[in-house]
Design a binder for this molecule. Structure first.
Ligand SMILES: Cc1cc2nc3c(=O)[nH]c(=O)nc-3n(C[C@H](O)[C@H](O)[C@H](O)COP(=O)(O)OP(=O)(O)OC[C@H]3O[C@@H](n4cnc5c(N)ncnc54)[C@H](O)[C@@H]3O)c2cc1C
Length: 232
């Protein structure tokens, strides 16, 4: 049985043209692990009123969580969240769920996502930083344009501090973009080749996740080394 809480929206802010961040009051006693998601039960028409969102902030003791949500123009849930929800609104939020948990350990991890698939990885990376965990973390992040790279300033800061290897990839880059162009598939095969002990976590829409999983399997990675979460 799901447990439900009435949670106030503490802050709503745009992260890009099509993505918002919602900071929700969420009691510290409602514990969760990096990678888990909550469901929102929304007052929308149709039989199916719940929508799942990965928690984008670290497990914390301060009584809040953050979500990042991309607008699906023809959807039922996200237009409601974008148009009708603001600071002060109250949402019905479930307990944390899911087995896509980014576990503590010693092996290097490679996190691969596109768009809002970054959410569980931000939770994990914040967790690693907050706890001072010494772990090699590689983040491959695919987007269309520069302005779609969610939380870019945070990744740059961690890269500068030598705490993260970050590989942004753009499919519709401007001419001034000097990084990798194309899809995430441009990046991981080379890294994978020389790192057979890595654990890969994949998150986002099914096309990217399934293709990446199949490619990594073909490169010799075992089931145990490949963990994934599909958003659709
Ligand atoms: C584990 C998980 C984590 C996710 N995390 C994020 C996140 O962090 N950020 C983000 O932007 N998106 C996330 N999503 C996607 C999100 O749950 C929604 O699918 C997305 O926001 C679109 O919702 P919508 O209501 O606008 O679109 P709609 O097209 O109205 O609904 C899309 C989704 O709602 C569900 N649904 C609707 N109707 C039915 C029905 N009749 N029967 C069964 N299911 C139905 C399905 O899951 C479907 O994929 C996640 C999905 C999952 C499964």
């Amino acid at each position: 049985m799901d447990t439900w809480y009435q949670c106030e929206v503490l802050e709503r802010k745009p992260l890009s043209n099509s993505v918002i961040s919602l900071k929700l009051a969420y009691a510290a006693s409602h514990t969760f692990l990096p990678g888990q998601f909550v469901m929102l039960d929304l007052p929308i028409s149709g039989d199916f009123s719940t929508r799942s969102y990965s928690i984008a902030s670290a497990p914390n003791t301060e009584g809040w969580i953050e979500l990042c949500i991309v607008l699906k123009q023809d959807g039922a849930g996200t237009p409601y969240l974008f148009e009708d929800v603001q600071a002060g609104s109250v949402l019905k939020v479930s307990d944390a769920q899911g087995r896509f948990i980014i576990e503590d350990g010693e092996e290097p991890v490679c996190l691969i996502s596109t768009g809002t698939g970054i959410a569980p990885f931000r939770s994990f990376i914040q967790h690693v930083q907050n706890r001072g965990i010494d772990r090699e973390v590689h983040l491959i992040f695919g987007n269309r344009t520069e302005s779609d790279i969610l939380y870019e300033a945070e990744w740059s800061q961690l890269v500068e501090a030598g705490k993260l290897s970050f590989y942004p990839v753009l499919s519709r880059a401007s001419e001034s973009w000097s990084g990798v162009k194309g899809y995430v598939h441009e990046v991981y095969p080379k890294l994978a080749e020389s790192n057979p002990n890595w654990i890969f976590y994949l998150c986002g829409w099914s096309t990217m996740v399934k293709e990446t999983k199949n490619n990594l399997k073909a490169l010799g990675f075992s089931r145990k080394q490949l963990k994934f979460e599909l958003y659709d």
